[in-house]
Design a protein around this ligand. Sequence first.
Ligand SMILES: [Fe+2]
Ligand SMILES: [Fe+2]
Length: 287
Amino acid sequence: MVLKNGVKPSEKIKIYTLVDNTAGYGFQGEWGLSFYIEVHGHKILFDTGMTSLASENARLAKIDLSSIDTLVLSHGHNDHTGGLAHFLKYIGDVPIIAHPDIWTKKYVQENQNSLDYIGIPACREELESKGAQFHLTTKTFKICQSIITTGEIELNNSYEKIDSDLLVKTAGEFSPDSMMDDVSLIIQTERGLVVVTGCAHRGIVNTLQHAQRITGDQRILYVIGGFHLYQASHERLDWTIQTLFTMGVQKVSPCHCTGFQAMAQIYQNMPKYYQPIYAGSVIEIET
Ligand SMILES: [Fe+2]
Ligand SMILES: [Fe+2]
């Protein structure tokens, strides 16, 4: 049964963390992110971590990778896309939803003398020869009526800026990366929105406000993923936490590039709303 606006009636959503910077007993972690999500009859892989670790942790968690029907890439950085080639061995030719800019040549400027490549560590043709089916769009993509991607996210405040050390190389020239490929997953439920983020490079508040705008639902039931606050100023951090409160966010599981200091401050300010996650953890969301 599907209700008005494509919202499904009460049902549990299960989110397994396959890769995070931290890990639970028996699992390993790495700098990166990958979730496996069971929702509304769909089995979705969201990001793939940096290496083969996400697929190895998935097998440890006894997840049947061959049953995955959709893969979403939150952006092109290697800590979210590096595991893709490894998953292709198990998942076959399922659609891979992403923004076309995942293929821009992405770099990080560690210091004045050091530029590191941090884009997808494989070429498109090679991945396609292994079965990858890319569905690239700048717009929101409907996996079904109640599960959509954000598409491009607007920058709407003075606090959330793209890190200046993130660059792209075009025709031999380096320029700031606007991270237009940064997208999140939105699950619409009877109790509000579940928003799954990769790094939220375009800002966690911008991401949530965008989700509210495109769904018309102001209720944020759960936010899980990277909030990208590990380099944030005290002002930005204080403002972000205050805004999450003002928006009435009901539950958060910040991880990955949120950073320890930000996670600690979010926990201190909203302990009842905070659910820690790590590689090997499984959360269930009652909807
Ligand atoms: Fe990341
Ligand atoms: Fe990133």
